[in-house]
Design a protein around this ligand. Structure first.
Ligand code: EPS
Length: 390
């Protein structure tokens, strides 16, 4: 399977095309819209989210609620487009019109793609960079992820995400009894955090950042439960599923780090306290006593839940000005902006779920793939039976 996204933050719409989905998968726009609404929420979002009401339109590949095997195209409209038709239109505009719309951007924001993208592509108007580098693009990644989640759910695999840290406030109470419990409790928190006390403190930290004209980042975690043993492979570097997942999480806008399982903590512990001891029971087959390695050994899943953390830096669009240089005048200036989110970590946890779900679903289809859902189900059933008594 593969997917691509297209679309600008203030353009008419965002699009994704998904290729390689099996036929006979039940898929409704509602499955996607639920995920889009989750991404739009979370405490700390700015005014843009009051304008948008993200809804996916399925424009190909699904008929009467089921996939046909043809590429799926999903489209999400930008409601804000109505305010940007001139600035973002595909038709040429005259110099006078350009002056009139006065939206040429020559002042790069520190921490954003603006300057590097402008130099790379030769854009004197950095809007050509920021419109595409904007996290608005994650809308359709969540749409593609919703399709991946649907595949996983069909085969008994559940994905959930939550927030562990925002602006230096860390969740202490992070235990959950099941993925269902994790989902329910994170959904109930405005910052998608299981720890109620920490949630309050995170909200206060976001309020403070907003008041200061600043932004704050954090840490999110994604858990995938019910994964068969042996997704990914040890035989080639580019087939290791943990590496693909790490790459996918790092590709989310503003993410600066990824950990699998206990991650960097493994550097501080002896091997005897890191590696997960192997158990076998008639009922469950092979399991591990602990899950420090986050469901991976040798780049392959070991049947334990996949556990991935990602670090999001504070959003670089600040009300508090940081020093930069105007690319036309070369004069220093203090950047200031009109509109931003002070914290998008809760939303980013939904994006992280989506990109992880995509990689796992893709690996699942690689290993058990077929053109039809019923044949894949049979392949997985047989594999699980064999693995249990292996
Ligand atoms: C973003 C800036 C803001 C955010 C946007 C990401 O948008 P605007 O420039 O329109 O105020 O709201 O996020 C989204 C639109 C979204 O859907 O998540 C940026 O510069 O990255």
């Amino acid at each position: 399977m593969r997917y691509l996204t297209a679309g600008e933050s203030h353009g008419p719409q965002l699009t994704t095309i998904i290729e390689g989905l099996p036929a006979q998968l039940e898929l409704l726009a509602e499955d996607i819209n639920t995920e889009l609404a989750r991404r739009q929420g979370g405490y700390g979002r700015g005014r843009r989210m009051q304008i948008e009401k993200d809804q996916a339109q399925i424009t190909s590949g699904v008929r009467h609620g089921k996939t046909t095997g043809a590429p799926i195209a999903l489209v999400v409209e930008n409601k804000d487009w109505t305010h940007w038709t001139k600035v973002m239109g595909a038709e040429p505009i005259s110099e006078d019109e350009e002056k009139e719309v006065k939206r040429k951007l020559t002042r790069p924001r520190p921490g954003h793609a603006d300057l590097n993208g402008a130099i790379k592509y030769g854009h004197r108007d950095m809007r050509n960079v920021l419109e595409r580098s904007s996290a608005r693009e994650t809308t359709v990644r969540v749409a593609a992820g919703a399709v991946a989640k649907k595949i996983l759910k069909t085969f008994g695999i559940e994905v959930a995400g939550h927030v562990l840290e925002i602006g230096g406030v860390r969740a202490v109470e992070t235990d959950y009894t099941s993925v269902a419990d994790l989902k329910e409790r994170s959904e109930a928190s405005q910052v998608r955090c299981l720890d109620e006390q920490a949630s309050e403190q995170m909200i206060a930290a976001i309020d403070q950042a907003k008041q200061d004209g600043d932004s704050i980042g954090g840490v999110v975690e994604v858990v995938v439960q019910g994964v068969p043993i042996g997704l990914g492979s040890h035989v080639q570097y580019d087939r290791k599923l943990d590496a693909k997942i790490a790459g996918a999480v790092m590709s989310i806008n503003a993410f600066k780090g990824v950990e699998i399982g206990i991650g960097f903590e493994a550097a501080r512990l002896p091997g005897s306290r890191v590696h997960d001891e192997i158990l076998w029971t008639e009922e469950d087959g092979y399991t591990r006593k602990t899950n420090n390695l986050g469901g991976f050994e040798g780049g392959m899943t070991n049947g334990m839940p996949i556990v991935v953390k990602g670090v999001m830096k504070p959003i670089p669009t600040l009300y508090k000005p940081l020093q930069s240089v105007d690319i036309d005048t070369k004069e220093p200036f203090q950047a200031s902006i009109e509109r931003s989110d002070s914290c998008a970590v809760p939303a980013a946890s939904v994006v992280a779920e989506a990109v992880v779900a995509w990689e796992v679903a893709n690996a699942l289809l690689e290993t058990f793939g077929s053109d039809r859902v019923d044949a894949i189900a049979e392949n997985i059933r047989r594999h699980k039976e064999e693995a249990k008594d292996f």
